[in-house]
Design a protein around this ligand. Sequence first.
Ligand SMILES: Cc1ncc(COP(=O)(O)O)c(C=O)c1O
Length: 433
Amino acid sequence: MAFVNSTDIKPFEKKIWLSSPTMHGPELTYMQEAYETNWMSTVGQNINEVEEQIADYTGVKYAVALSAGTASLHLATKLAGEKLYGQARPNEGTLKEKKVFCSDVTFDASINPVAYEDGEAVFIDTEYDTWNMDPAALEKAFEIYPDVKLVVLAHLYGTPGKMSELRSVCERHGALIVEDAAESLGAKYLLNEKWVETGALGDYGCISFNGNKIITGSSGGMFLTDSKDDADKVRKWSTQSRENAPWYEHEEVGYNYRMSNVIAGVVRGQLPYLKEHIEQKRAIYERYKEGFKDLPVKMNPYDAEKSVPNFWLSCMIIDEDAMCRQVRDDRKPLYIPESGKSCPTEILETLAKYNAEGRPIWKPMHMQPIYRSHAFVTAQGNGRGQSNAYIDRGKATDVGADIFERGLCLPSDNKMMPEEQDIVIEIVRRCFG
Ligand SMILES: Cc1ncc(COP(=O)(O)O)c(C=O)c1O
């Protein structure tokens, strides 16, 4: 059965958020400084400072401040396309008629830039150890599509993927990596016995300062690279591709993607608190883990030897045999309550009743209506058209769909008090009653 609607738990008076901005004070000082010095523009000291500090923190040589993580992913993807296939005509993308291997369980902003550049995303299945791109499925994809030269991969919920394996598959096939570290700023991975920050593990790195991220500018993003030429190119494209001439002279298509100096002020004020935010998020993750230890669920996993996540979102996955029946169409879910069992829909609806915000796992890209006609590759090979009306193939092998079915994101706001989290834990526990 599920949740007994007990009166001993009252809805939270103040909503418990999934992940909301946490301001500290210096943000306002730097924004005000921009105002008072009149650098109310896409030029100014805050921008210079955050570029320098982020490059320093992540260990890359150059960081370019942009209006959003999506802008960074777009320009990184365009740049990779230009490197691989040459400059495109102004009305065409750099990936025209090219396939690109992409993370499947991620936010669509990771991979939409492939479409902006006229490319075709091929989705690569997920592994259970970190919930990121499966190196075995990636290897399989290169067997099926040996001409592919670009991989766009994300680190889901702040947990680094298996970068040693993914990088070596890419190296073997001469492919470039666009690394989407939008959710994982501050997470590290042990590469060749050296700790490397996410965002510095691929050929081009992208981070986000969206309002829900580990630190925020309210919006904003950054492009990371070790190449001065690449940094200069992205800076040029992001400011309308102006040439060095007294008038507006253009050789290339441009974008208005530069970060504002006001937004950069917020990021600058937040940066000293990145470590503190990570510690708070880690404590939330550990408290859930402890609170759920006798429930038929597991927390989102990570490789404790080779990675340190930033614990941006705490998530859980329900054991198969503890799942009550649940169906989802393209817009709405439905479930049948069952004693001793639960499902993401029941837990999320119950949390919402108590004024706490969770969220379903990001729906895999290969299941999204917009990308249903795109190829999808699992560790077994082609992931499309594998069902059969005449043969029962048993358990499905699509890991992304399984994590989406059984998993959910828990309230992970770093302002949530331990006492409040204990109530969230109790609400989830009672769903299995
Ligand atoms: C994995 C991932 N990639 C890209 C983005 C896009 O970043 P932004 O919102 O800054 O454009 C987000 C989140 O917003 C994200 O979670």
